[in-house]
Ligand binder design. Structure first.
Ligand SMILES: [Ca+2]
Ligand SMILES: [Ca+2]
Ligand SMILES: [Ca+2]
Ligand SMILES: [Cu+2]
Length: 186
């Protein structure tokens, strides 16, 4: 075998080997980025998340959110009751880094002062990923909110995020950042 022929034989077996490796990767790449099997046209469908919002800080604020994610378009609907009327209520999607699952803080997270402030909840629901603006004023103590956003990154899979509604009284002072209701997204 001449040197030239041997070189060509080696390069041929290398390219065959790569071809087999690429075939082997086939089944894995057929799964979508969310781990769900890609069923052709089904991947164009919307992902719908129903979220129960439960009170924090004994606020009495409860409700439900519905999130519809189609591609990078996120439609958000929130209905909630029991809020301080005619006051600004910031509301956000919160989340932790990476694949960590954001949760709603237990009452014990409030610490010795008994008030679960924004920072007390951060280890559970994480920082703000998406402000759900325009923030509602809760006329009559009710939120009936609808908005559409374009999202990317972590928000393309919402199952590890949480929704937090804010704004309540601490003694006689209105604290707009106070978490008053929370829902884990699954
Ligand atoms: Ca506290
Ligand atoms: Ca996510
Ligand atoms: Ca979750
Ligand atoms: Cu928030």
């Amino acid at each position: 075998m001449s040197r030239l022929t041997r070189t060509r034989a080696i390069s041929l077996s290398l390219s065959l080997g790569l071809g087999i490796a690429a075939l082997g990767a086939g089944p894995a790449s057929a799964s979508g980025s969310n781990g769900m099997p890609d069923r052709g046209g089904m991947s164009q469908g919307a992902q719908v998340y129903k979220v129960d919002l439960n009170e924090l800080n004994s606020s009495g604020v409860e409700g439900q959110a519905i999130l519809v994610l189609k591609g990078d378009t996120l439609k958000v609907k929130i209905r909630a009751t029991g809020l301080v009327p005619n006051a600004l209520h910031p509301q956000h999607i919160h989340g932790l880094d990476g694949n960590a699952n954001a949760t709603c803080p237990p009452a014990s997270a409030a610490g010795p002062d008994g008030i679960l402030d924004l920072a007390d909840g951060l280890p559970f629901y994480g920082p703000i990923l998406l402000p759900l603006e325009a923030f509602p004023m809760a006329e009559n103590g009710t939120i009936n909110y609808k908005a559409t956003f374009t999202v990317d990154g972590d928000l393309l899979d919402l199952s590890d995020e949480a929704i937090v509604l804010h704004g309540g009284f601490v003694e006689s002072e209105y604290v707009a950042t106070l978490p008053v209701s929370c829902g884990e997204i699954n």
